[in-house]
Design a protein around this ligand. Structure first.
Ligand SMILES: Nc1nc2c(ncn2[C@@H]2O[C@H](COP(=O)(O)OP(=O)(O)OP(=O)(O)O)[C@@H](O)[C@H]2O)c(=O)[nH]1
Ligand SMILES: [Mg+2]
Length: 370
């Protein structure tokens, strides 16, 4: 059954490729893209329901203040990186597919602990299940940061291929969730309100795509200038938006001219040699920076603030996330929190579970006493 879905997807993709991009074909393009997205979702659902749980060797228990995965073609040096920058050794081999399961290690740096996961090499068509594609992509899906590891041969081309495989399973590394709010109504048609003029599609096409998803009556607010794919991402709803870090390994094998040229082509990438331990401190810094962690301080009632051991949480965390991190009972027995810092209008402000904290906040959680 799944092969027929693949065939349908391929057919629609061919049609999409052959469709000229202009105003008169815009609606058709939008409909084709929606159909492809729906079929991909159906396929993902099928894969998910065909398994009873996570596959053996790939069910990694979360640990640390944030999680990152190493994704790359075989033999790019993923296991060497894990072995060099975490407390865990992962088998290194000069042949492909040395690693056969998920190997989690802990990276300790600048007072934080990051779970870094080594995985088998990914290959083309991983999203269709080739290699251990499904398992690899499932681990990637649940992590906060995707570290794409490249090396000297064709790095840009391979980068595109990996991004493509990830995007086929609804992972959008390095992208920001499109800001489109859709509030369904009982009647009244579509009320579309945009902050800027849409340049990637007409309002009519926007509404046609909504209809394709059976959204007939709704108040829709758009910030920014979304593409058709962005709109479909919002309508599909199952997309994840992990952070992205691109790393080029084995620079010891590159001439300085080739290295300079790659740096121009990949300006945001980190260039390392895991083998010769070059730029590994920079790599650790960049992993922590990309995760955008913040520190908050806890203060027990009638006690001094604990500045010694800050709590490390992800940016945009709420009081609820803070509670979850301390102890389960804090959320269960929560009454309110008292917060002083950048996130509050005044010191000692009373807030609820949804309040978003900021770096440096001092927090007291008040719980019900039984
Ligand atoms: N010259 C050089 N070789 C490296 C570097 N990093 C890793 N290698 C070598 O590349 C080969 C593959 O390394 P691994 O760390 O096993 O690569 P991997 O990506 O984990 O490979 P798979 O698990 O098979 O996907 C080994 O022979 C390593 O010694 C580097 O920075 N420079
Ligand atoms: Mg390996």
């Amino acid at each position: 059954m799944s092969s027929t879905i693949d065939e349908k997807i391929t057919k629609l993709e061919d049609e999409l490729r052959e469709t000229p991009k202009n105003k008169s074909t815009e609606k058709h393009t939008g409909v084709l893209k929606s159909k492809i997205a729906k079929l991909r979702r159906k396929k993902l659902d099928l894969i998910a329901s065909s398994k009873s749980g996570p596959s053996y060797g790939f069910d990694v228990k979360k640990a640390g203040d944030g999680s990152a995965v190493l994704i790359g073609f075989p033999s790019t040096g993923k296991s060497t990186v894990l072995t060099k920058i975490t407390s865990k050794a992962s088998k290194i081999g000069h042949y492909d597919f040395t690693t056969t399961k998920a190997i989690p290690g802990i990276l300790e740096h600048r007072g934080t602990q990051i779970q870094l996961i080594d995985l088998p090499g990914i290959i083309e068509e991983a999203s269709k299940g080739k290699g251990r594609g499904r398992e690899i992509l499932a681990v990637a899906r649940s992590s906060d940061l995707i570290v794409i590891l490249l090396e000297r041969n064709n790095p840009l081309n391979i980068y595109e291929k990996i991004i493509d495989e990830l995007s086929k399973v609804a992972i959008r590394p390095g992208k920001i969730r499109p800001d489109i709010k859709i509030v369904k109504k009982d009647r009244g048609g579509i009320a579309l309100s945009t902050l800027f003029r849409l340049t990637h599609m007409s309002e009519k096409t926007f509404i046609d795509i909504l209809r394709e998803y059976k959204v007939m009556n709704a108040a829709v607010t758009v910030r920014g200038d979304p593409t058709m794919d962005d709109l479909i991402d919002v309508l599909e709803g199952n997309r994840v938006y992990p952070k992205l870090l691109v790393v080029v390994n084995k620079i010891d094998l590159l001439s300085s001219r080739k290295l300079a040229s790659l740096k121009r082509k990949l300006p945001n990438a980190v260039f390392i040699s895991a083998l010769e331990e070059e730029n590994l401190e920079l790599l650790k810094d960049r992993i922590i920076d990309e995760l955008e962690l913040i520190q908050v301080y806890l203060k027990k009632q009638r006690a001094k603030t604990d500045y010694e051991e800050p709590l490390i949480v992800k940016r945009d965390s709420s009081i609820k996330d803070v509670c979850n991190k301390i102890h389960r009972k804090f959320k269960r027995q929560f009454r309110y929190a008292v917060v002083s810092g950048k996130s509050t209008k005044h010191p000692f402000q009373r807030v609820g579970l949804d309040h978003i904290v900021q770096d440096g906040d001092v927090i007291t959680i008040i719980i019900k006493q039984f």
